[in-house]
Design a protein around this ligand. Structure first.
Ligand SMILES: O=C(CO)[C@@H](O)[C@H](O)COP(=O)(O)O
Length: 236
C-alpha cells in the first residue's frame, strides 16, 4: 500500500472521525437497514477519500475501521475491505471536482420512487429549498465497477439537485462535505415520503418554476446564519 503523505495525516484522521460519526445520522433518520448505506469524504488536496468498510454493522464502526482509498478505489490505508460502492464514490470524485462527499442509502420512500424509475416532482417548498428541481432518476447499474458512478455524474452534472435516485437501487447524494451530503439524503427521504403520501389522495402539481427558483435562491443564499455579525456572535 502507498503511504499517505505526512502533510495529509491530520486531515485524514479528522475525516476518519467525521465519516465514522456521520453514519450514526443514517440510523437516527432511519435511512438504512442493517449495513445498507455508506458515506465517504474526499481528502482535500489529495487524490484520496475516506470511506466506510464493507458489511460492518454501524455499531461496530470506528474511526480506525474507515478505509482510505485512492480515487480509483484502491485501498491505501486500513485493515478492512472498503464499501462495495467504493468505485462509484471514486468515479464521482474524479468526474466532479467540486464534490467533497458522497452518501448512499436505500431509504424506503426514496427507493420506492427509484424502483418505479420516477423522478420526485418538485411540489413542496422544502424540496425547492434543498433540491431546486425535481429529484432525478439515474440509470440502473450493477454494483461494482464504474457504472454507478458514471450514472450519478451524468445525471447530477449541471443539475441543482444533490440527490439522484438510481433506478432499481437507491439514493446517492453529493455535497461540499460529508454533513451536507448526509443532510441531502435526510431531506431526500423526507420529501419522497411527503410527495408519496400526497399522491395517495390525488394528483400533485409541480410548483411553478419561478417559485422554485425564488425558494432555491433564498434557501441557498439567505436562509440561516450568515455573515460577520453571526460569526462574531451578535444576536440582534
Ligand atoms: O447498495 C448496496 C447493495 O445493494 C450496498 O451499498 C450495500 O448495501 C452496502 O454495502 P457496503 O457499503 O457495506 O459494502
Amino acid at each position: 500500500m502507498t503511504a499517505i503523505p505526512a502533510h495529509h495525516a491530520d486531515t485524514v484522521a479528522r475525516l476518519r472521525r467525521e465519516v465514522c460519526a456521520l453514519h450514526a445520522e443514517l440510523i437516527r433518520w432511519n435511512l438504512v437497514t442493517w449495513t445498507s448505506g455508506n458515506i465517504s469524504a474526499r481528502v482535500p488536496g489529495a487524490d484520496l477519500m475516506v470511506i466506510k468498510p464493507s458489511g460492518v454493522t454501524y455499531d461496530d464502526l470506528t474511526p480506525e475501521s474507515m478505509v482510505v482509498c485512492d480515487l480509483h478505489g484502491t485501498p491505501v490505508e486500513g485493515a478492512h475491505a472498503p464499501s462495495s460502492d467504493t468505485d462509484a464514490h471514486a468515479y464521482v470524485y474524479r468526474a466532479m471536482p467540486e464534490v467533497g462527499a458522497v452518501v448512499h442509502t436505500h431509504s424506503t420512500y426514496a427507493t420506492a420512487w427509484a424502483a418505479r424509475g420516477e423522478p420526485i416532482p418538485c411540489a413542496i417548498t422544502a424540496m425547492a429549498d434543498e433540491f431546486g428541481a425535481d429529484i432525478p432518476v439515474g440509470p440502473f447499474a450493477l454494483i461494482g465497477g464504474d457504472d454507478i458512478g458514471k450514472g450519478i455524474a451524468a445525471t447530477l452534472a449541471g443539475h441543482r439537485s444533490p440527490a439522484v435516485l438510481m433506478r432499481g437501487h437507491g439514493v446517492f447524494t453529493i455535497g461540499r462535505d460529508a454533513k451536507a451530503a448526509v443532510k441531502a439524503a435526510v431531506m431526500c427521504e423526507d420529501v419522497a415520503r411527503t410527495v408519496h403520501l400526497a399522491r395517495e389522495h390525488g394528483p400533485v402539481d409541480r410548483l411553478p418554476q419561478h417559485h422554485i427558483d425564488a425558494l432555491y435562491d433564498r434557501y441557498q443564499n439567505v436562509y440561516g446564519q450568515r455573515g460577520p455579525r453571526q460569526e462574531e456572535g451578535a444576536d440582534s
